[in-house]
Design a protein around this ligand. Structure first.
Ligand code: ADP
Ligand code: MG
Length: 593
């Protein structure tokens, strides 16, 4: 056989391994979850490819994960019949850092250090393949990809900077397809090589894996067996002077070893919502999306009729991009299945509008073709209907949070995703009715706590027809604007639009419950207190003063007028009715720089 070749790890890998081992020593058992989740991913990939290439299944039709333990030698093996890895893939996947889970882990490590450190939280992260070294000092990965006619073995040791790859030549170890991972446990961790221990962990950690997980386990059944009388008993019997030879039976336990199915493979979204607990939904969410916080809300539903699909949607507790970042369209938040087969997490944009891209979840349709592509999705009438329903469900879910007893939940939502709702006002006219009740603003009567438009409307004066707002860059500067004076005097509430996007959002809405949004900095603000007599008098008295000021300011102002909107300030710079507000002008300037 060709000799094993030696490879050096990418530098980050060694650092990551140190980090994992040092931060998760009290959470070692996560290794099993990670390795099973990799096996499950590999099976998903194969199942997906087999949709168009059924011949891929010919060597091993069952898609399953099998775990075997050898307690005498402290060995655990995990075998899957998934996609496997070629020689090159072994190098690429197990010698360099995989981006998805591990990047999150590194970030969590950093955040946790900043926050004083909580290793329990970190245990919730996907830390990936290298977690095998939490419990093993030697790991052997033997893998056969359908794209290669040879099977290769990757072998690495804890605390080493290199690993080896060789061809598998032991005929006993050849597998038709997939991956067999062998862990040679560290002395202190040999306890993991017990089927009962593995079974408990699988039940705990891997209940949402949709492929069967079998554990090689000792089983037993009882049976009655006839036994010969023992001589002592027999002699007693003789004293009874019975000649009849008595036959005795006894119950024995017959032991044998077999594969035992350990998990429920029905995907959670196919279960009856009445039988699923909130904790199950949350657990599924955390496992599937590598999250460590529970979601703010979830919604499990089936739609029937024109289009049938099942879905579980979630509103995360935090925005992954950080709340000030613009909406990132590459989210991988929606996992699309067709007839239970995982298809892709790359179609978020087809299933949700950009402003709802933070919603996470699974969608499973029986009406789409298994070989569905982006092009098919984009032209599909079915998808258009699905999209509508998904959006509606997402809104119901968000509305639910806003009506929850626990006010902090919606505050948290707004803090993280308020921007997205405002973006929705710009991008989705059709859903203005659903978006508007979700908006929150500070106001002249509520400077510390944001209010909803419903609260504003309830608080309107009987004679008040419009919703007043002033756009500014902060609550403080909004409060100090002279435009406000008259309205404060009349106790009319004014919304403070302090986020640059607020004003555009409100202008897109135009009205709420048939009440127009009115910018109080515009020139023709009508507070319903016109007094024509007085105005005429004022004009006569100050008309010339206005002309004089206009002459001096020239083109710098459009006009100089007498106004009744001020109570203590002598003058105010107002915007023309159809011109930009001062805030908008500031915004446009910042955009063109
Ligand atoms: P992640 O699962 O987040 O990608 P891991 O470190 O867990 O990161 O795994 C790295 C990569 O190794 C996987 O993306 C996959 O390509 C490959 N891999 C790991 N285990 C298996 C397996 N059992 N079968 C096929 N590929 C695997
Ligand atoms: Mg993984």
């Amino acid at each position: 056989p060709p000799p094993a070749e030696k490879y050096e790890y990418q530098a980050e890998v060694s650092r990551l391994m140190d980090l994992i081992v040092n931060s998760l020593y009290s959470n070692k058992e996560v290794f099993l979850r990670e390795l099973i989740s990799n096996a499950s991913d590999a099976l998903d990939k194969l199942r997906f490819l087999a949709v168009t290439k059924p011949e891929l299944l010919k060597d091993a039709a069952d898609l399953a994960i099998r775990i075997n333990t050898d307690k005498d030698n402290g060995i655990v093996t995990i075998t899957d019949t998934g996609i496997g890895m070629t020689q090159q893939e072994l190098v690429d996947c197990l010698g360099t850092i995989a981006q998805s889970g591990t990047a999150k882990f590194l970030k969590a490590m950093k955040d946790s250090k900043d926050a004083g450190g909580d290793n329990n939280l970190i245990g919730q992260f996907g830390v990936g393949f290298y977690s095998a070294f939490l419990v093993a000092d030697r790991v052997v990965v033997s893998s056969k990809s359908p794209n290669s006619n040879k099977q290769y073995v990757w072998e690495g040791e804890a605390n080493a900077s290199s690993y080896t790859i060789r061809e598998e030549t032991d005929p006993e170890k050849l597998i038709p397809r997939g991956t067999c991972l062998t862990l040679y446990l560290k002395n202190d961790d040999k306890g993991f090589a017990h089927p009962e221990r593995i079974q408990r962990l699988v039940k705990n950690y891997s209940q949402f894996v949709s492929f069967p997980i079998y554990i090689w386990q000792e089983k037993g059944y009882t049976k009655e067996v006839e036994v010969d009388e023992d001589p002592a008993e027999a002699s007693k019997d003789k004293q009874d002077e019975t000649n009849e030879k008595k036959k005795k039976t006894k119950t024995v336990v017959e032991k044998y070893w077999d594969w035992e199915l350990t998990n429920e493979t029905q995907p959670i979204w196919l279960r009856n919502p009445k039988e699923v607990q909130t904790e199950d939904y949350n657990e599924f969410y955390k496992r599937t999306f590598n999250e460590y916080l529970d979601p703010l809300a979830s919604s499990h539903f089936t739609t029937e009729g024109e289009v049938e699909f099942r879905s579980i949607l979630y509103v995360p507790a935090v925005s992954p991009q950080g709340k000030d970042d613009l909406v990132n369209p590459k989210t991988k938040n929606i996992r699309l299945h067709v007839k239970r087969v995982f298809i892709s997490d790359d179609f978020d944009g087809e299933l949700f509008p950009r402003y709802l891209s933070f919603v996470k979840g699974v969608v499973d349709s029986n009406d789409l073709p298994l070989n569905v592509s982006r092009e098919i999705l984009q032209e599909s009438r079915i998808v258009r209907i699905m999209r509508k329903r998904l959006v509606r469900k997402a809104f119901d879910m968000i509305l639910g949070i806003s009506m929850s007893e626990n006010k902090a939940d919606y505050e948290r939502f707004w803090d993280n995703f308020g921007k997205y709702m405002k973006l929705g006002c710009l991008e989705d006219r059709e859903n203005h009715k659903r978006l508007a009740p979700l908006l929150r603003f500070f106001s002249s009567q509520s400077e510390d706590e944001m209010i909803s438009l419903d609260e504003y409307v309830e608080n309107m004066k009987p004679e008040q027809k419009d919703i007043y707002y002033i756009a500014s860059d902060s609550v403080t500067s909004a409060r100090n604007t002279p435009f406000l004076e008259k309205l404060l005097e009349k106790e009319l509430e004014v919304l403070y639009l302090v986020d640059p996007i607020d004003e555009i959002a409100v202008q897109n809405l135009k009205s709420y419950k048939e009440k127009n949004f009115i910018d109080i900095s515009k020139e023709d603000l009508d507070l319903g207190d016109k007094n024509e007599e007085k105005e005429k008098m004022m004009k006569e008295e100050f008309g010339q003063t206005c002309d004089w000021i206009k002459k001096h300011l020239g083109d710098r102002v459009a006009s100089v007028q007498i106004s009744n909107r001020l109570s203590s300030s002598p003058c105010v710079l107002a915007s023309a009715k159809f011109g930009w507000s001062a805030n908008m002008e500031r915004l446009m300037k910042s955009q063109t720089v």
